[in-house]
Design a protein around this ligand. Structure first.
Ligand SMILES: Cc1cc2nc3c(=O)[nH]c(=O)nc-3n(C[C@H](O)[C@H](O)[C@H](O)COP(=O)(O)O)c2cc1C
Ligand SMILES: C=C(O[C@@H]1CC(C(=O)O)=C[C@@H](OP(=O)(O)O)[C@H]1O)C(=O)O
Length: 351
């Protein structure tokens, strides 16, 4: 195998723990000659970092981008690209009193079952902090997609039962919950702040729209474009479901309602969400993910310690009272990575 073991694919490996020295990513398959710099990646890091508003974890991380390999004179060399993000605001002592207890809903119990030990400091590898590395890699993939006229945008569609009823794309970056509806946004903020004040949390729904993908991208079986997107989304902590286009509503529709008729200009509707038979139709790719309520809450809850002893647990530390606002850039990043990979596969097919 060469240094780039997946040269024809766009692949990532992330590393690091929430309270370790750093998190980061190694990216294989970056097209040689791609112009990319730290400032471009930093824009996406700044959208994801914690400590920016009352609706996110107050942990203060700047996530300054350090490119340590794969770039020469501002251009990708095609060799593995490594990006390191040093952790700055660790407070592992916040977890000392629950070192041997399992938080309900977090990965403490399952990690111990798998590895026989665990890094209890801020959830270690299971922390949402790992997604900083994905966002860095996603920025590189986004740069690649921009060259093909592809854009990816996600927004918060629903939080704690409050739904966006209008879609204003400019609004998304203006409010801290990243809603596309300026009327719903303050209600969502109020809901999160209220739940946080009583030591609780809430979840929501995030919608993602990928525009500009040519028809014909994807695989007909196994690595279908929708299957790859689904795996990428479910691989993000706290994501519990995904639906494409009409999604679960399709189960209640008739064929005559769900089919997307065509004329000479293309599809007349998009219930398929832009993918049929695992391959892009050329219409917008539209999917929604379900985000669970943050598990680390300060309300007392029943649990056990590692020795099986029952106890009531209260989780301290700096937690997101709702994960939706911060997961939006992560969902975009994972979507960029999947589409970039599938486009590379398509190019290899026709090479
Ligand atoms: C951006 C982001 C931020 C998160 N913030 C928190 C948090 O502050 N507290 C918490 O308990 N879980 C948080 N999570 C969720 C946990 O990482 C996740 O619940 C955990 O890894 C267990 O995985 P699962 O929920 O997918 O089963 C966050 C996830 C993401 C993607
Ligand atoms: C640090 C980040 O988010 C963290 C994700 C997280 C979790 O359990 O997933 C728990 C909190 O970590 P800690 O208690 O260690 O501060 C969040 O702050 C980040 O996203 O950069």
């Amino acid at each position: 195998m060469s240094g780039n073991s997946f040269g024809e694919r766009f692949r990532i490996t992330t590393f690091g723990e929430s309270h370790g020295e750093a998190v980061g990513v190694i990216i294989d398959g970056v097209t040689p000659g791609l112009t990319i710099d730290e400032a471009y990646i930093q824009i996406q890091m700044d959208r994801r970092k914690p400590g920016q508003s009352s609706v996110t974890s107050p942990r203060k991380e700047y996530d300054h981008v350090h490119i340590v390999s794969g770039i020469y004179e501002g251009k990708a060399t095609g060799t593995p690209m490594t990006i390191v993000l040093y952790n700055k605001d660790m407070r592992p002592e916040a977890y000392d009193d629950i070192k041997h207890s399992f938080r309900p809903g977090h990965a403490d119990f399952t990690y111990l079952q798998k590895y026989g030990l665990r890094d209890h400091r801020g959830s270690g590898r299971a922390s949402g902090r790992e997604t900083a590395a994905r966002v860095a890699a996603g920025a590189v993939a986004r740069k690649l997609l921009e060259q093909s006229g592809i854009s990816v945008v996600a927004y918060t569609k629903e939080i704690g039962g409050i739904a966006s009823t209008s879609f204003n794309e400019q609004e998304i970056e203006r409010n801290p919950v990243r809603a596309a509806d300026p009327i719903a946004a303050p209600k969502m903020i109020e809901k999160i702040e209220h739940l946080a004040s009583i030591g609780d949390s809430c979840g929501g729904v995030v919608e993602c729209i990928i525009r500009g993908v040519d028809p014909g991208i994807g695989e007909p079986v196994f690595d279908k474009l929708d299957a790859e997107l689904a795996k990428a989304m479910i691989s993000i902590g706290a994501v519990k479901g995904i639906e494409f286009g009409a999604g679960f509503e399709a189960a209640r529709m008739q064929g005559s309602e769900h089919n997307d008729p065509m004329n000479a200009d293309g599809f007349l509707s998009n219930h398929a969400g832009g993918i049929i038979g695992g391959i892009s139709t050329g219409a917008d790719i539209v999917f929604r993910v379900a985000v669970k309520p943050t598990s680390s809450i300060s309300k007392p809850q029943q649990t056990i310690r590692e020795n099986g002893e029952e106890q009531v647990i209260v989780t301290r530390g700096r937690h997101d009272p709702c994960i939706c606002p911060r997961i939006v850039p992560v969902i975009e990043a994972m979507a960029c990575l999947v589409v970039a990979d599938q486009i590379k596969r398509q190019a290899a097919l026709h090479a």
